[in-house]
Design a protein around this ligand. Structure first.
Ligand SMILES: Cc1ncc(COP(=O)(O)O)c(C=O)c1O
Length: 478
């Protein structure tokens, strides 16, 4: 369909459309909370003029601002990133490894980590997270899994996993760090979704405080900063900080935007001044939502509503800022729930899969959220009714055999086959639902019947898959 309207007008229409934002970015368009965001326009968009420092050789105002950020987050050193956690993860992995290194990587990492493995020519040993039964989401990486893998592969040079996940699941980073550090192995935590953690007692501890050597955190996802802004925290001396700094320069524009950097500086200053009050208000709103969301009969909200404070097998902890809406017991898919919240209630969620959807609160979430979301959920809970029968957990996508190296596979000649015909063949391309951008098919690995089944199930549920060819075909090595 031809889209004649300029993007700016479309954005303005959306802004004025009365939507409740439960998606990124974390400022939730709340310029009252973060006035510095309102002023960022062309007049402030400059280059590295005298007096404005240089992100690639910081010595003045940017160095000072990043030092403030390091104090705020409690890290040894913090680097501002204008290419999101994506750039931070690429830089961290590249800086902490050498080509050919063996690395321990959680299977539910974001595509940025897979790309880092591909670009750096690493040899991944995968850590498969357990499933949270009844919800079909990935659980926490267990410290004993990490310990066992390090025991089995004493040449591993880096451990990487996401915490919290897109679904708000945290792993026990303190114990994982203890296991890795006992062998001198550094830990990189993808904390893209957790920049708010541990800043006050209102939310669980973050990875820096638990001893992680490298932490990538998107400011834009949970805090009042502009999209693309992130921080890379470096602590301790297990990794060569100078090399990570150099890599951060490689994976970012040589003309970093002063608007993005001013947003990060503004965010850090706002938190320095007001974090206690702002985080307490956010936690209070979440508590109010939990009260109002009680009594749902078909939708389930792990960790919220009637399940506030609940504990689940395979989950170390949940981030209360994230609200997962499970549709397992309801007569609708996650995608349908997300669509109905948008069209009937003007509530825009972050993402949806076949049996759940995810609402992201952020520091910009205001007092109107609890009632508006809870009322919509109560109404939809009644309207959709119960599922016609029990829905079982989908098959966990174990670890398929690796037939080719990642890069070798990606650069091979390929062909596109229907998913069922691709079983037994070798994947050439990645395949992921976006969001969350966690690869389902990984280049060089054999495509399994479980994967074909998963692709079919997600497509039937209306989940958008990235990486499929014409007519929903799968990209295989020819
Ligand atoms: C777990 C995870 N890691 C990393 C990223 C990349 O973050 P960014 O969008 O800031 O580049 C994302 C993005 O959604 C993510 O979900």
């Amino acid at each position: 369909m031809k889209q004649d309207k300029p993007l700016l007008d479309r954005l303005a229409d959306h802004r004025d459309g009365g939507y409740l934002s439960l998606h990124m970015p974390g400022h939730k368009e709340n310029e009252g909370l973060a006035p510095y965001l309102r002023t960022l326009g062309a007049g402030l968009d400059i280059t590295e003029l005298p007096g404005f420092d240089d992100l690639h050789a910081p010595a003045e105002v940017l160095a000072e601002s990043m030092a403030r950020a390091a104090r705020l987050f409690g890290s040894g050193e913090t680097l501002y990133q204008v290419n999101g956690s994506t750039g931070a993860l690429l830089a961290a992995v590249r800086g902490a490894t050498r080509r050919g290194d063996r690395v321990l990587v959680a299977r539910h990492c974001h595509k940025a980590v897979y790309h880092a493995v591909e670009l750096c020519g690493l040899d991944p040993v995968w850590l498969v997270p357990p499933t949270v039964e009844g919800f079909g989401i990935a659980g926490s990486i267990r410290p004993d899994q990490v310990e066992q893998a390090l025991e089995d592969h004493p040449d591993i040079t880096l451990v990487v996993y996401p915490s919290p996940t897109y679904d708000g699941v945290l792993s026990d980073t303190a114990a994982i760090c203890a296991a890795a550090h006992a062998r001198g192995v550094p830990v990189l935590v993808d904390e893209a979704h957790g920049a708010h953690l541990g800043l006050t007692g209102d939310f669980p501890l973050g990875a820096v405080a638990q001893g992680a050597d490298l932490v990538a955190a998107s400011l834009h996802k949970m805090l009042p900063s502009l999209t693309q802004t992130a921080v890379l925290h470096l602590s301790g001396d297990r990794v060569d900080r100078a090399e990570v700094r150099r890599q951060a320069g490689i994976f970012q524009s040589s003309s970093p935007s002063y608007l993005l950097m001013a947003a990060m500086d503004g965010c850090v200053r706002l938190l320095e001044e007001k974090k206690e009050a702002l985080f307490a208000a956010w936690a209070r709103r979440l508590g109010e939502f939990d009260q109002l969301a009680r009594g749902l009969r078909n939708l389930r909200l792990p960790g919220h509503g009637d399940e506030a404070g609940a504990v689940y097998p395979n989950v170390f902890a949940l981030d209360p800022a994230r609200i997962v809406l499970s549709t397992r017991g309801a007569a609708c898919t996650g995608v349908e729930l997300m669509d109905r919240l948008r069209t009937d209630y003007k509530i825009e969620l972050e993402m949806a899969m076949d049996t759940y959807a995810v609402a992201m609160t952020g520091l910009g979430t205001d007092d109107g959220m609890p009632r508006r979301l809870a009322e919509a959920l109560h109404a939809l809970d009644k309207a959709v009714g119960p599922a016609s029968g029990p829905v079982s957990d989908p098959p966990a996508l174990g670890l398929p055999p690796r037939r080719l190296g990642l890069e070798e596979a990606v650069r091979s000649r390929g062909e596109f086959l229907p998913a069922e015909k691709a079983v037994g063949r070798v994947a050439r391309g990645y395949l992921w639902a976006y969001p969350p951008g966690i690869p389902l098919a990984v280049p060089g690995e054999e495509l399994t019947a479980d994967l074909a089944e998963t692709v079919g199930r997600l497509q039937r549920a209306g989940v958008k898959l990235v990486g499929l060819g014409p007519g929903g075909t799968v990209d295989v090595v020819a």
